[in-house]
Design a protein around this ligand. Structure first.
Ligand code: HPA
Length: 255
């Protein structure tokens, strides 16, 4: 089954025919909200609002472990994360969508593993060379193409701590590091999905030029972000309907 994690601007999925809601308790505490099960264009999916249904949980306080564990416990096999970003490279102007293929993690102090080290779990170093699941990236790109989107295939997602936006110098550094976009929620979400065997990819929506780029030379305009967010999420909803039509196994391979 496909899970959709909605980010800013996507706390609900209009068009989702809801069948049930489930509050899932996890060994890591409570997820951002109840899981919403339903059908999108007749296809079963589960939806979770990353920041809570009232958009009250900031990026650095999201319980990523509980969110991913809860989806994993529902036999979810594939996950698409919807993430708003600032565009750093010229290829990611506001309004454009991307399916990133790399990550640089600048966050700190977040719980980064579901392994219970210190309580007997063997130390493991899991491969993360390519942090996104290629199969899910392909599903995303097929859906984007079906909706006529001029999307970016690839690009490095730089994940910052938030909740503040960045300085110009920080964005300059991220550009030198090769980041095409900056967001606040990609990590540890992507790694936890890998750890729990979920095929995970992200659709990133550029809602502003990053600090010191394009029309954000002096400041990032909250009005611009909100305007772009509304416009882009309308398109993202259409992409999600298309994405739900692909076939996903009923259960996770191996469990
Ligand atoms: N920086 C960090 N996260 C973001 C931005 C940004 O400019 N825009 C949307 N999410």
């Amino acid at each position: 089954m496909l899970a959709i994690i909605g980010g800013s601007g996507l706390t609900q999925l209009p068009g989702l025919h809801i069948t049930r809601r489930e509050v899932v308790r996890t060994p890591y505490g409570m997820p951002s909200g109840a899981l919403t099960f339903g059908e999108l264009d007749g296809h079963a999916i589960v939806f979770l609002a990353r920041h809570g249904y009232g958009h009250t949980v900031p990026p650095h306080l999201v319980n990523y472990r509980a969110n991913i564990w809860a989806l994993h416990a529902q036999q979810v096999s594939h996950v698409v994360s919807i993430a708003t970003v600032g565009g750093i490279g010229p290829e990611l102007r506001p309004g454009r969508l991307a399916v990133p293929d790399q990550i640089v993690d600048y966050t700190h102090g977040r719980e980064t593993t579901c392994a219970d080290y210190g309580n007997g779990d063997m130390v493991t170093h899991m491969d993360f060379t390519w942090p996104y699941c290629e199969e899910m990236r392909r599903h995303c790109m097929t859906a984007l193409a079906a909706c006529g989107e001029d999307y970016l295939d690839g690009g490095t997602y730089g994940c910052v701590q938030g909740p503040r936006l960045e300085t110009k110098a920080e964005i300059d550094r991220m550009a030198r590091d090769g980041c095409a976009m900056v967001g606040m929620t990609g990590m540890p979400e992507a790694y936890l999905a890998r750890e729990l065997g979920l095929c995970y990819a992200a659709i990133a929506a550029s809602v502003n030029w990053a600090a010191g780029r394009g029309d954000s030379q002096q400041a990032i305009s909250a009005e611009e972000i909100n305007h772009n967010l509304e416009q882009i999420m309308g398109r993202v909803r259409a992409v999600l309907v298309s994405l739900a039509r692909a076939s996903y196994p009923e259960a996770r391979p191996g469990g």
